[in-house]
Write a protein that binds this ligand. Structure first.
Ligand SMILES: Nc1nc2c(ncn2[C@@H]2O[C@H](COP(=O)(O)OP(=O)(O)OP(=O)(O)O)[C@@H](O)[C@H]2O)c(=O)[nH]1
Ligand SMILES: [Mg+2]
Length: 202
């Protein structure tokens, strides 16, 4: 039987860093889709059927084929590098589930705010939420088929967000595209954390 040297042992027992990332945004913008696209485990979903009774409050304009909605959260996991694992928590999109957001936000490093340019105002509340809490976020513009494409800067202006907040065009159904958004959020959050630790120079 081979003896495991100290350095090998150390290597074998290196635990990956795990980070919690929220996936937020308005109703039907593709949060559940995004988590499902990249998750390497079967994502946990809490979908309930959209009903006739909910029609006046559940505005499906733009996503007419949508038949279910998230009522608690989505959960998925992705290994970005062997030493870096992200736990993804998708929020419910409808206002009546706002009370869950504080629980979901606890301990998170940052957030992706998904936006649909046809209904940009739907993500204003999520942007306000993260700005108020000082939680780093990036905007992922989910490019739905048929929606007009706008340059990142125009989206940033319309959302009236800080120039440092990354805005990334993406397709929630495409794994590489979603990974790109997630890497962007992690980098942004790490840079913010580093900047906060360093003493101001001027
Ligand atoms: N064309 C296109 N359709 C998408 C995209 N992302 C999601 N969809 C569709 O849009 C609908 C909404 O997707 P969901 O992932 O359920 O949206 P959600 O943000 O989780 O919705 P709630 O939890 O109800 O707020 C579904 O019918 C998806 O198939 C995309 O990038 N492009
Ligand atoms: Mg959902």
């Amino acid at each position: 039987m081979a003896i495991l040297g100290r350095s090998q042992r150390r290597k074998a027992t290196v635990e990956p860093v795990t980070l919690k990332i929220l996936v937020a945004g308005g109703f039907g913008v593709g949060k559940t889709t995004l988590v499902g696209t990249v998750s390497e485990i079967k994502p946990l979903r809490t979908e309930e059927a959209l009903t006739e009774a909910g029609r006046p409050v559940d505005d499906t304009a733009g996503v007419e084929t949508k038949s279910t909605t998230t009522v608690a959260m989505d959960f998925g996991r992705i290994t970005l590098r062997e030493d870096l694992v992200l736990y993804l928590f998708g929020t419910p999109g409808q206002d009546r589930f706002w009370f869950l957001w504080d629980e979901l936000a606890q301990g998170s490093l940052g957030a992706v705010v998904l936006a649909d340019t046809r209904r940009l105002e739907d993500c204003f509340a999520a942007v306000d939420y993260f700005e108020r809490r000082g939680l780093p976020f990036a905007i992922g513009v989910n490019c739905f088929d048929g929606a007009a494409r706008y340059p990142e800067d125009m989206v940033r202006q319309a959302l009236d967000i800080d120039e440092h907040v990354p805005v990334v065009l993406c397709d929630a159904r495409d794994r590489e595209s979603v990974k790109n958004v997630l890497v962007t959020v992690v980098r942004h959050a790490m840079a913010r954390a580093t900047a906060a630790r360093e003493p101001a120079t001027s």
